[in-house]
Design a protein around this ligand. Sequence first.
Ligand code: GAL
Length: 997
Amino acid sequence: MTGRYWESTLPGAGRRAPRADAVSDAAVRSLNGVWRFRLSPTAAGTGDGFFATEFDDTDWDAMRVPSHWVLEEFTPLAGGPARRMLGTEEGPLYTNTAYPIPLDPPYVSTENPTGDYRLVFEVPDDFGAAVLRFQGVDSCAKVWLNGEELGWSTGSRLPFEFDAPVRAGRNVLAVRVHRWSAGTYLEDQDMWWLPGIFRDVELLARPAGAIDDHFVHADYDPVSGVGTLRVDASVDAVVEIPELGISMPTGQTVAFPVEPWSADTPRLYRGTLSAAGESVELAIGFRRVEIVDGVFVVNGSPLTFRGVNRHEHHPDTGRTLDRETMIQDIVMMKRANIDSVRTSHYPPHPEFLRLCDEYGLWVVLEVDLETHGFIYEGWEHNPPALPEWREAIMDRLHRTVERDKNHPSIVVWSLANESMSGDGFTEMRRWLDERDPSRVVLYERDPSYRDSDFYSLMYPSLELLESIGRREEPRGGKLSMHGMVFDGPDEPLPAGVTEAEEERRRGLPFLLVEYAHAMGNGPGGLQDYWRVLRSYDRLCGGFVWEWIDHGINAVDAEGRAFILQSEDIDYEPRGGRFSLDGLVLSDRTPKPALAELAKAHEVIDIEVGERVRIANERHAADTSDLRFRWSVEADGRSVADGLLDVPTIARGERVEIAIPDAAASALRATDAVLTVEATLAAETLWAPEGHVIAWAQKIAAPVEDAVRRTGNPAGATSRDGDVIRVGEASFDAATGRLLGLGDLQIDGPWIDLYRAPTENDRGQGDNNNLAAVWHATGLHRLLHRVDDVGLDGERLVVRGRTAPRTHPHGVTWTMTWVPDGDGVRLETSVDFVGPWADTPYKHRDIWVPRVGLRFALPTAADRVAWFGRGPEETYVDSVQGARVGRFARTIDSVQTPYPIPQENGNHTQTRWLDVSGEEMATLHVDGDPFDFTARRWTSEQLEQARRPSDLVAGDRVWLNIDHRQQGIGSASVGPALPEQYRVPREHTVWSVRLSVG
Ligand code: GAL
């Protein structure tokens, strides 16, 4: 149909050729600011008149540019007062894999919210020839200047430019933006659909003799240490690098010794490229990227990405980010030992890449291309496989590479995300080989990997990863939603994959493009992945999914702030809660998992045993920028510290040194811990002096607490009517439940087998959804029965059974209370009884999330102090990033405020715990190392809450002292939780000691 450009498979019309992004001395007029805006329900917009110079837009809305209109406050389609459209179909929509329009390429629905934008701006007399640049418009824009059509474009996260015949004085720019277009079919990334002019709009002066394009070729020879430089440009120009004494014409090659660029040592040589009409800045990094014998090598040594997948997100402005936010991301990443970013799933704002060059982050730059939703028709009509889409796909590649080709930080081009196979990829690859042989190419989803320099998978299990590391992975594989999976050692080759391709694939390095799904509480298991990733040269690291939650700041009907996610929107198809799966919350508050990742990523490996062993596993740098410190904390107080005399360690080297005498003697005190830290000796761009980049601890053997244990008074156990006393503890003689401990009111304990499911407990597929199994098994509604309460000498023995309704299974238990010095010792024994298989999950082994004890304390309880791991929450598979020490917190502050309430705030490997409050005796717990949680609501209330504001303090404080709680894993999109982190249904006995002080 003529004229319906938004439904054309072509990428645009009237645009200038793509070219390098550059910081120039030519005049730039930012057109960011407040524009006029009117939203219409169809692609017809407000009609044909709006681009006329004299069109009257005085009653139109004000609209910030850049922004996504769905996140701004303005008059909605239906009229009425200005408002944000959150929660409605007109507002931000989130889908994971599905298209928000009927799958009928290249057409879209007639319902196609369309924003007409107008801006009147002044141009000075001497501005001269100009170009109008849009850095990003979602999803399709047509542009008029002074009433004349300039052209149109799709490709939301890519720039486009028009020659702009501006006149001196008043000019009128009109832009029509369609929410849906043929481009939508190429942009089915798992994220919010956020239309609008969301990146900068600029008017660039183009004086005669301006540099339209330039390409820096900067190679580094790791053997000789020589850098080779050539700069090509669209016009004759002069390359000047003052610190190297270089002044040479474009097209000429020079060689000289240089310091290479790496994320560790982001050495940039700054200079200028000057032509008659313009001078642009150069920030040159020398480096060489290669695949050598199946290993990914940069500057001569294997490179391991310690990476995250980063979407652009801000909870108020969506994918419109300011520079401060970009810097904040980079600084937080660098401080967490993250050294690389995959720009999932599109090129970021160009400023981010300038910052990566400067701060030092390796970048895998992904083209704005995903067609995941074609999975719903078996990949028929998949655009990369069809010639009619070829121009649009190549246009996306050209615009990506041409814009970003000069960034040393970019070492890999990623062709797309989750778009299956097609000749389009081969054509992309061929073009890249010609245009930019200095980098390597990644494409994960095509099972032949014919266009990729890497073998790559998402979310493999540890076992599979290890077999890939050994180059012994299974053949072939089957395609699933998240890529290839393997049921056995020898799958047939997927359709279309030849033996030769399979053979080639087996020789490729392996890049873990996504792993460790950080949804809600999690991910767990990071240390395990890094143990494997460090062990094999074939494995070149991985990228956690993902950096940040994409929640949107919103306010509920009662005026309470909350984080809006897909389920808050009256719309289908919803993408579930997969927008909340970052290592940092939507407002960039780090989740505890970030510290765990920082630990797993450490490149200075410290081990404190009889001696201190330090290994430098950095890619490029030695340790001359670091200072090593030791300190001993005893009984919660720092008792001694000092500097450790460590020689400079070259990369790949290790040293061993003695523990200083002062440290060794201080280590003999109660609860003593020796900590050795590698810290920055001087401030850097991204962290202050003293910032800790690696640490390790040695914990003194437990010292018996002599004060608390005085011998057992004779006759400590007695019965007095309805009350039984065991030392300081009194019990209801009928129920065997605690009535008090000294002056402390305490109720319980009850056997606890449940936890409020985490997002990662809700694994995908029948086999992986532990939360569903727990529900089917009835663990979320347990009933308790006491069978027997009796005295046996000094011991009180209580026997009972805890079980769900309806089912024959449950646990029988015995609690044995014994006086123990000034306290009472409780030995608990649990046996699983019944078939445990009368559920829809018969075929599966059933595990419980916890085996422990639940106590109720008065609401006066408001502080916890403990010795163990902390201060953040820890779980059995997410604990190494937390130090051992003595910590004190309020009960309210040991809750991690996940936007979807779920299990949180556990502390594993606890050696002792005090729970205290005003006007309340302090409860002291010690015994076998235990897990504890303390909260003002039960696990069941935690599970039922939809939002944090639903969690209200009750009339008790609920304290869990558990033998064991299961780990976290990342099964929400990933392999099942490894068995070693589960809680088996087996005979279990453990003991804790309670006293009051
Ligand atoms: C991957 C995909 C990501 C995200 C993730 C799950 O398959 O590439 O965009 O959807 O799964 O959160």
